[in-house]
Design a protein around this ligand. Structure first.
Ligand code: AHR
Length: 332
């Protein structure tokens, strides 16, 4: 009782009632007890822990470079851990960062579920979390912001392009990303949302290729064994799987991009090269160059400035027609 009155008094004189934009961050907790002027933190004062999920694709390689290079350029002390596509390693990485008392944690959660316990631990330690690239299915107060794409919209864009390419009639096989990941879940759902109104656009099979080129090739080869030339289109949740599928189609003796139309997601350089060769019909952009926006958000968080709950990336779609003109401008 006495304590809460003292707190109320301190909160009133510091003008801080209701202004906790960043719940439970260490700096927010100090607000009521800090009577001196606060010195604003700079990039070089920050220690950032980053729990990357792995190195499964061209996209991910570009994303990692963007995080590391930006930290270097800004003088941020970055502790970077690669979980090698295993959720338990990513959880372990977050726990390490908590022990190390970093100022803030960035994480690209490999799958959507299973994060509550470790995020609660970070929250209890007063360390804010920014979700980068992939969302986690946790209550909103477990993270300060999500920086990344609208994966549902990417799925819708792919379906619109596919429908147009195929004149509303196709036998589609789908190469799904990592099972349970936000991009796989949403690209799957967004694609179906649009196809609902096109009864002759049939998804005849759908299997995970885990976002890798090798698995994409294997799964596509199995589809071809099963359905042969009845397949008229491939929807791949990322470029790497599409590139693997292209190899499988060629080895089967068909022409990718012609006998079988292919639409994928990411807009990585490999996809542009495949479009120039006439083997890929379109790619929907998903931007991995999130380093500058991530550290900008992180600095705002440690300085207790308000930030949006979702910072979406701005993304385009690309076709073979202008692929050679655009390729030299692509950074990943
Ligand atoms: O989360 C983004 C996805 O992850 C990219 O589309 C894919 O290439 C990557 O592995």
């Amino acid at each position: 009782m006495k304590i809460s009155r003292i707190f109320l008094f301190l909160a009133i004189i510091t003008g801080c009632l209701g202004c906790t934009q960043i719940p439970d961050s260490p700096s927010t907790q100090q607000i009521g007890f800090n009577f001196g002027a606060k010195t604003e933190k700079k990039y070089e004062d920050m220690i950032v822990g980053y729990a990357q999920l792995g190195a499964e694709s061209e996209w991910r390689a570009a994303n990692t470079i963007s995080i590391k290079e930006t930290a270097d350029n800004l003088g941020v002390e970055l502790r970077f851990l690669d979980a090698q596509q295993k959720q338990e390693n990513q959880i372990e990485a977050v726990r390490k960062f908590i022990i190390q008392k970093v100022d803030i944690i960035g994480i690209s959660p490999i799958v959507e579920t299973g994060w509550e316990e470790v995020f609660q631990e970070a929250k209890d330690a007063g360390i804010p979390i920014i979700l980068v690239d992939r969302r986690a299915a946790v209550p909103e107060d477990f993270y300060v912001s999500y920086l990344g794409s609208d994966f549902l919209e990417e799925g819708r864009k792919a379906a619109r392009i596919m429908t147009e390419l195929m004149d509303g009639k196709a036998n589609i096989v789908e190469l799904v990303g990592t099972i349970g990941s936000a991009p796989a879940n949403d690209r799957y759902a967004g694609f179906r949302e649009i196809l609902e109104t096109y009864p002759e656009m049939q998804i005849i099979d759908s299997q995970s290729g885990d976002f890798t080129r090798a698995r994409g090739k294997e799964v596509m080869a199995a589809f071809l064994q099963k359905y042969g030339g009845t397949i008229t289109a491939v929807y791949a949740h990322n470029d790497d799987m599409a590139l693997g599928a292209i190899q499988a189609i060629e080895e089967y003796g068909l022409k990718p991009g012609k006998d079988i139309k292919i639409v994928s997601v990411d807009a990585a350089r490999g996809a542009f090269e495949a479009m120039i060769d006439g083997k890929l019909n379109a790619t929907v952009e998903c931007n991995p160059l999130l380093g500058p926006q991530f550290f900008d958000l992180a600095l705002k968080v440690v300085n207790e400035q308000p930030i949006p709950k979702w910072v979406p990336s701005i993304e385009d779609v690309f076709f073979p027609e202008n692929a050679s003109e655009i390729l030299p401008t692509r950074k990943y």
